[in-house]
Design a protein around this ligand. Structure first.
Ligand SMILES: [Zn+2]
Length: 261
């Protein structure tokens, strides 16, 4: 088996990534402003400095090479919890790291969407625009034990650095060189390990196609979510209301590839 992770870390900050709205819990839709609800004419403010510092600290601890200057991109998709119909996501600011004998492909910033309840149809935008750090690993993990060691050490590192205790672990699993299946919606280390075990057994029985599946923590199984988008589907473009990188660095960053999630 081959396993890699996309780890979403919520850094501890007082306010959101591109506006001054507080991040602390409140009644639904009270921690919002024109920026994080995507009102026409609103523009992002300069990124949250606490989040940027947390990201750089984490990239250094993961032994990444730091890129001196990166652009912020719009990643387009439609979902009821995403009022702009795009998510601001940075180019990787750290690359080619390693941690606990697992390669770290890259680390970049994202903003969290709001929360949508498909049953009631209600949307809460309090979380919309909150900072996220996404760490993408190489598929270097070949056993459940290694997956557990890595996630526990990563979680301990976040605590030690004082960045966060909140991580979600999208998990990519393939067996015998087959198609890569991405499992989303995993909110705990035990959930990630259960999802890996379930997928290894399922793929051995049914085979695998390139797809995204959702983890159901009540049944400890995974269910098909949707066919996987490609990078082209997201129509990435640079956010025109934030400064562009200095000219000398643009050529270097021109070849950067974007995460597909
Ligand atoms: Zn706001």
């Amino acid at each position: 088996m081959k396993v890699g992770f996309e780890l979403h870390v919520t850094p501890l900050t007082e306010s959101k990534m591109y506006c001054d709205c507080p991040t602390k819990n409140a009644q639904p839709n009270l921690q919002v402003c024109p920026i994080c609800t995507g009102q026409p004419g609103s523009k992002p403010m300069a990124p949250n400095e606490t989040a940027l510092r947390a990201g750089i600290k984490l990239a250094k601890a993961l032994n990444c090479t730091l890129n001196e200057s990166v652009s912020v991109m719009r990643k387009h998709y439609f979902y009821p919890d995403l009022p702009n119909n795009y998510q601001l996501t940075s180019e990787p600011f750290g690359e080619n790291g390693s941690f606990n004998n697992v390669g770290i492909t890259e680390i970049h910033f994202e903003e969290d969407p709001g929360q949508y309840d498909p049953k009631s149809g209600l949307v809460d935008l309090n979380r919309s625009g909150s900072p996220l750090l996404e760490v993408v690993t190489e598929p270097d993990i070949d056993s459940i034990e290694k997956a557990r060691d890595f996630l526990e050490e990563f979680s301990a590192l976040l605590g030690f650095l004082g960045i966060s205790q909140k991580i979600k672990a999208d998990t990519n699993v393939s067996i015998n060189g087959g198609a890569r299946v991405e499992v989303k919606n995993i909110g705990s280390i035990s959930g990630a390990l259960n999802a890996i075990q379930y997928e290894v057994n399922r793929q051995a029985k049914e085979g695998a196609v390139l797809e995204t599946r959702h983890y159901d923590k009540d049944t400890m199984t995974t269910k098909p979510a949707r066919l996987k988008e490609t990078v082209a589907d997201y129509r990435y473009m640079r956010e025109p209301n934030l400064p562009r990188p200095r000219a000398s660095l643009q050529a270097k960053n021109g070849s950067t590839t974007y995460s597909t999630t």
